[in-house]
Design a binder for this molecule. Structure first.
Ligand code: CP
Length: 306
């Protein structure tokens, strides 16, 4: 049976640590890996828009000596003619060795995995989860801080629809000594099911607030997120909430000198461009890390050791 990555909890902590170690080795020794996936093909099936995830997957496979095929919009596939996700994925499984797919419907990658023997990677399913962004985030934290435990982590913005938040909370809850601070408008609070499964069952401490500046000085990591316009039921609510948090240099005055600022990107308005030159802004380094962790993941799911 194919090994898939649908949710971050499909990987053990040991496997995550191993992927991070491989990604760091790839960063140090890229030549060693340049032919590791020769004659292998990755298909990227993106039923929803993407810049970083799709292109970093493709860059990852090309960096491993493999090749890529796929589509970047449902409208350019036979989905537009009414084909089901299952039939599309089953078809692509005949042409590719591994599939990365993004879909607006929660659970679509699980449904796909049930009809396809080719490894499936969930590249984001609706407001549910985004495990390869989480691996990117963990690699970034590891490279910035040298560890993945004993931090106070603030998540700020759209914690309701932000699937990267749900996956990262799940992942970090498995490491020791993490305190969570959730900063959001009342309407965009972290879903109850994430709190129950990832935090309450394990007795992990967390606080919730609407005020970013009141908690800024406590944070070791600040994970900013975009308000997810595409998941709102009406434009009026989006317009009211979209600028709830705008991080700028003034708001960082009381932050720790070694704070790490992460953002899965794309950003809209929630971090001003002048924060980019602050050495604590790690989000452009995070973008670069996305390629290397996906290289490590492709190797793992294809069972290739270098
Ligand atoms: N972080 C992320 O998923 O970005 P894209 O939507 O550009 O892939």
């Amino acid at each position: 049976m194919a090994r898939n990555l649908i949710d971050i909890v499909d990987l053990t902590v040991e496997e995550i640590d191993e992927l991070i170690a491989v990604a760091e080795d790839i960063i140090e020794n890229p030549v060693k890996y340049q032919d590791a996936c020769a004659h292998k093909q990755l298909a990227t099936l993106f039923f929803e828009p993407s810049t970083r995830t799709r292109l970093s997957f493709e860059s990852a496979m090309l960096g491993l000596g493999g090749s890529v095929l796929g589509f970047s919009a449902a409208s350019s596939s036979s989905t537009a003619k009414g084909e089901t996700v299952g039939d599309t994925v089953r078809t692509v499984g005949c042409y590719a060795d591994i599939i990365a797919m993004r879909h607006p419907k929660e659970g679509a990658p699980i449904a796909a995995a049930q009809v396809c023997d080719t490894p499936i990677i969930n590249a984001g399913d609706g407001g549910h989860c985004h495990p390869t962004q989480t691996l990117t985030d963990l690699l970034t934290i590891h490279r910035e801080k040298g560890r993945l435990d004993n931090f106070t982590v603030g998540f700020c913005g759209d914690l309701k629809f932000g699937r990267t938040v749900h996956s990262l909370v799940n992942a970090l809850s498995r490491y020791e000594g993490i305190n969570f601070v959730f900063i959001s408008p009342v309407e965009l609070k972290l879903p109850r099911y994430v709190k129950e499964e990832a935090l309450k069952k394990k007795g992990i401490p967390y606080t919730q607030t609407t005020d970013l500046e009141s908690v800024m000085s406590d944070l070791d990591i600040l994970y900013m997120t975009r308000v997810q316009r595409e998941r709102f039921f009406n434009e009026e609510d989006y317009m009211r909430l979209k600028d709830s948090y705008i991080l700028n240099p003034e708001k960082l005055v009381n932050a720790k000198p070694d704070l790490s600022i992460l953002h899965p990107l794309p950003r809209v308005n929630e971090i001003t461009v002048d924060v980019d030159k602050d050495p604590r802004a790690a989000y452009w380094r995070q973008v670069a890390n996305g390629k290397y962790i996906r290289m490590a993941l492709i190797l793992k799911l294809l069972g290739i050791e270098v």
